[in-house]
Ligand binder design. Structure first.
Ligand code: NAG
Ligand code: NAG
Length: 217
């Protein structure tokens, strides 16, 4: 019974691990690299509250961005990062806004897409409003033309396939080793039990022989 249960557990474990790998490989978190405001929409001379928002998601308030004509640079590890996560081959409608008592003012609203990221970086600039850079290391690294973007995504796919293959090979060898150890342990235990049984049997037989001998004498 033990012999069948152990490999099944291993199988379930490896299945869970393998099915989580595509998720790990395809996380495309977008963080804000830098922003510079050229304008506030405040009527009164008060500090603006700027936030980033993608349709259907939570607003991300940029707590430090208050001044115009000042370049704010971020590490990507701030408490409010990342801004959002981009799904594969799907854009999101996002924008920068300024909180207002009545109606929030729009700095700009646009489609945020993976293929805009060149070398993991994308710049969004709007005249008289702002200049912002976004970082997404895992987003497709296209260099402008659709041709190269296609070949790049192909290469990316190949790369992740190779990674997947290596992981599977490693996992398979680990599982084989674990399975071997389990089988060996089981065999050892069986052998010990059989030896014990043979030993006991020998004793019993010995007793029988002694009894017979005792009777015979
Ligand atoms: C949005 O915010 C609410 C409340 O803070 C939280 O429960 C929810 O998980 C958030 N949703 C996302 C997609 O981050
Ligand atoms: C926007 O910001 C980036 C990064 O700081 C800079 O390289 C670029 O020249 C800026 N563009 C404009 C139009 O200000």
């Amino acid at each position: 019974m033990r012999r069948t249960r152990f490999p099944r557990l291993l199988f379930l474990f490896s299945f869970a691990l393998l099915s989580s790998i595509p998720g790990i490989l395809s996380t495309r978190f977008v963080t804000l690299g830098s922003i510079e405001l050229f304008n506030t929409h405040e009527w009164l001379p008060s500090k603006p509250t700027i936030y980033f928002h993608c349709k259907g998601e939570n607003k991300t308030i940029l707590p430090d961005v208050k001044e115009t004509n000042l370049l704010y640079v971020f590490k990507g590890e701030e408490s409010w990062q990342p801004l959002t996560e981009l799904p594969d081959k799907k854009c999101k409608r996002c924008g920068f806004y300024e909180k207002d008592i009545l109606n929030d003012d729009v700095y700009d609203e646009w489609e945020l897409c993976s293929d805009e990221f060149v070398g993991g970086e994308s710049i969004h600039f709007k005249d008289n409003e702002f200049n912002a850079t976004f970082i997404c290391a895992e987003c497709a690294a296209s260099s402008g033309s659709t041709h190269s973007s296609i070949s790049d995504t192909k290469n990316d796919g190949k790369k992740s396939n190779v990674v997947l293959l290596i992981i599977i090979c490693l996992l398979a060898s680990v599982l084989t080793a674990l399975g071997g150890v389990a089988v060996y342990r089981y065999w050892q235990k069986r052998k010990r039990e059989q030896d014990q049984m043979r030993f006991l049997k020998l004793f019993e037989e010995g007793d029988d022989i002694e009894d017979e001998l005792g009777l015979g004498i």
